[in-house]
Design a protein around this ligand. Structure first.
Ligand code: HDD
Length: 735
């Protein structure tokens, strides 16, 4: 393009690409269009002179059908939406790599598990029930889907942040999803399980109980997508290079640990910043704080298939880590945001059927149904059988076959043959056949009667639900009780609430009683457990009846609690530095330096936008202003010192609300000096009507910084701990 005609200076972004991601990057870059410095054109490449006025018959006359630019533009616009995903519509994604440590090669011949192999990937996180525009902080399961572009083809690990599922058989999936989605008559409520139809379904489908407990736990309201685990859920198979098969469960373990928010925070975040998780992931990656997860596997030798008191094929069960430890086989790093949300995040097509040699499916009936559903969904969403040609879905391993034509075919296949075997094309492309380098299904003996039946080994619906509940700390159990109460109080049908309490009695009496007392149900509830399956003629019906958990026999599993496995780090946490004119600049500067050194992100928060002047006379930029933010968007608070600053903040109602909320949510609070500490105490005292001075201690996460290094270190330590559950007076605060 001639330089002098360029309407704007060229500002092409030069991307830094690590060599490990080079191949996929190059592939994506081939398709990336950067319009900086370019003339506006039609889709046919014709320059457009006037994009403001349509072609008219007279300057006040009708628009003319002849206006091909207008028609092209409106037609494209009218077709800009594709169907949103029927589940997991709301999501966000990032590019990255998986680096193998080689330990997986012992069990699987998959090339991406070989020592030192670096594989480009794309991971999409999502909620399940809400529409594309719903809030990130819904109480919901989070999808955790990773597309590995391996040298042997695409492997999609399409999992969740919860290791089990609601149902055991894919035939129940549409019913379950219809029950949790907004009700069909009025499309209410959006992105919430807190309504009659969800609880109706799970209170008569007892196999859902284990997962329901997880969904009512803090796992369903993560602090960040970067701070949650991922699970492949089903048992898969690994096949090694000698053809030896073992069973495998996949785990993603976040390096930042697992952290959640409180339900009160989730509700407020949904209003203040519905994009909270999406923004958090995007900003972390833009800032170079690349999130990492270790990929772990639990391996069960094929000969041990029947050595558990549950069925490995039952997706409502997990293998306790005490029985089979998780072995780490590599690490995922997400280091690049998509260039374009629609082209990449919206069009990425995960299919559980996308696997590579060395991995295989099991007969888990939920998995088997998924093998059909994902491919089918992509045909609908992406409009045809060529979705694998979209840049984000394209395999890095070369694709050669005789599939041809179809909507929007991109590949121009040369040659005369589109069939196999052939001689005209020299036999190409030819099957891998005897050299066994292709995908070979693991050989498995099959027998049985053709019937709509499910093995009795799938009938224990409560033992692991109990194991999950009794593995939680008291604080976590309280959150579960409150979650059940919140949800069931949104149900309008009393029988559903009663039935649900009846179900919980089969898990834990204390849980059932506590939930019941909050929702006005009298215990014990008399409940005959529903028999929601066909019982073969002449079979013993009792054997098909779900049984209460054996309460004396079940042991807790420490790995299931978030709080029992703390990862204390201040890395990437957001700390609000609340200041106004006259703040003690030296103290704030020192605290910010200590926090930054620990990897945290201190942000200046003031009653107004623009800049704010410290007692050194220097103005600094305000990052957040009280009228436009809320404490729930931050992990910790430091209240600036300086007499003028503290007295101005004391007169600011929003500043006090910010302090009270942070206090109530048990988050770390710092005070730059005595005046700031007194202000915090006064604020809490007047809200509680009590003397809260015994809460103002580092033990309860409140640090008074008197300028010593030890104080700054102490505050950083508290920020890293994140929550102080034993802090007194929190329940006396009503903000
Ligand atoms: Fe599914 C999407 C995870 C059971 C049918 N599912 C979808 C996504 C995730 C999961 C993470 C979003 C992928 C993305 O980001 O694009 N689904 C799961 C897990 C399940 C599960 C962990 C149980 C272990 N799903 C499941 C069943 C069926 C489906 C039993 C149907 C029989 N899932 C779908 C789907 C979706 C989907 C309708 C919607 C959009 C898509 O596939 O691409 O096909």
């Amino acid at each position: 393009m001639p330089e002098e005609k360029s309407p704007v200076a060229k500002t092409k972004k030069v991307k830094e690409t690590s060599s490990s991601t080079l191949d996929k990057d190059l592939q994506l870059q081939e398709f990336t269009e950067d319009s900086s410095g370019e003339f506006l054109t039609s889709n046919q490449g014709v320059r457009i002179n006037d994009n403001q006025n349509s072609l008219r018959g007279g300057d006040r006359g009708p628009s003319l059908l002849e206006d091909h630019f207008l028609r092209e533009k409106l037609t494209h616009f009218d077709h800009e939406r594709i169907p949103e995903r029927v589940v997991h519509a709301r999501g966000t994604a990032a590019h990255g790599t998986f680096e193998s440590n080689g330990k997986g090669s012992k069990y699987s011949k998959a090339a991406f598990l070989k020592a030192g192999a670096v594989t480009p990937l794309f991971t999409r996180f999502s909620t399940v029930a809400g529409s594309r525009g719903s809030s990130d902080l819904a109480r919901d399961v989070r999808g955790f889907a990773t597309k590995f572009y391996t040298e042997e083809g695409v492997f999609d690990l399409v999992g969740n942040n919860i290791p089990v599922f609601f149902i055991q058989d894919a035939i129940k999936f549409p019913d379950f999803i219809h029950a949790v989605k907004p009700e069909p008559h009025n499309e209410i409520p959006q992105a919430q399980s807190a309504h009659d139809t969800f609880w109706d379904f799970v209170s008569i489908n007892t196999e859902a109980t284990h997962m329901v407990l997880w969904a009512m736990s803090d796992r369903a309201i993560p602090r960040s997508l970067r701070m949650m685990e991922g699970f492949g859920v089903h048992t898969f198979k690994f096949v090694d290079d000698k053809g030896v098969v073992s069973f495998v469960k996949f785990h993603w373990k976040p390096r930042l640990g697992v952290h959640s928010v409180l339900w009160d925070e989730a509700l407020k975040i949904s209003g203040t910043d519905p994009d909270f998780h999406r923004r958090d992931l995007y900003e972390a990656i833009e800032a170079g704080a690349f999130p990492q997860w270790d990929l772990g596997v639990q391996i069960v030798e094929a000969s041990k298939e029947f050595s558990f008191d549950f069925d490995l094929l039952d997706p409502t069960k997990l293998i306790p880590e005490e029985l089979v430890p998780v072995e780490i086989v590599g690490t995922m790093t997400l280091d690049r945001n998509p260039e374009n949300f629609f082209a990449e995040t919206e069009q990425v097509a995960f299919c559980i059927s996308h696997i590579v040699p060395g991995i295989d499916f099991t007969n888990d009936p939920l998995l088997q149904g998924r093998l059909f559903s994902y491919l089918d969904t992509q045909l609908k969403r992406l409009g045809g059988p060529n979705f694998h040609e979209l840049p984000i879905n394209k395999s890095l391993a070369p694709v050669h076959n005789n599939q041809r034509d179809g909507h929007m075919r991109q590949t121009i296949n040369s040659g005369r043959t589109s069939y196999e075997p052939n001689t005209v094309g020299g036999g190409c492309p030819f099957q891998a056949g005897a050299d066994m380098s292709g995908f070979v299904s693991a050989v498995e003996k099959m027998s049985g009667l053709k019937a709509r039946d499910r093995n009795l080994s799938f009938m224990d619906h409560f033992s692991q639900a109990r194991m999950f509940y009794i593995s939680q700390t008291e604080v976590e159990q309280q959150h579960i009780v409150e979650a059940f109460q919140f949800e069931l109080l949104h149900c309008t049908i009393d029988e559903i609430k009663e039935r649900m309490v009846g179900i919980l009695q089969n898990v834990d009496d204390d849980l059932a009683n506590r939930v019941a007392s909050g929702i006005g149900v009298k215990t014990p509830v008399k409940l005959e457990l529903p028999l929601n399956r066909q019982v073969p003629a002449d079979a013993d019906v009792a054997a098909y009846q779900p049984k209460p958990a054996n309460k004396s026999k079940i042991a807790p599993s420490k790995a299931l609690s978030i709080l029992a496995n703390p990862v204390n780090t201040a890395e990437t946490l957001k700390v609000a530095m609340l200041v106004t004119e006259g703040f003690d600049a030296a103290a704030v500067k020192a605290s910010m330096a200590a926090l930054t050194a620990a990897g945290a992100q201190p942000k200046i928060l003031a009653p107004h936008g623009g800049t704010v002047k410290g007692d050194d006379g220097k103005a600094i930029k305000v990052d957040f202003a009280l009228p436009a933010t809320r404490s729930v968007l931050f992990d910790a608070l430091m209240v600036g010192g300086g007499v003028g600053c503290v007295s101005a903040l004391s007169a600011d109602a929003r500043a006090k609300t910010f302090i009270l909320e942070t206090f109530k949510h048990c988050k770390p609070i710092g005070a730059e000096g005595k005046e700031a500490a007194a202000f915090i105490l006064d604020t809490v005292n007047s809200a509680t009507g009590k003397d809260a001075s015994k809460a103002i201690t580092a033990e309860h996460g409140i640090v008074v910084d008197s300028g010593k290094k030890a104080d700054a270190d102490n505050f950083v330590k508290c920020v890293a701990q994140q929550r102080f559950w034993a802090r007194p007076f929190v329940n006396d605060i009503t903000v």
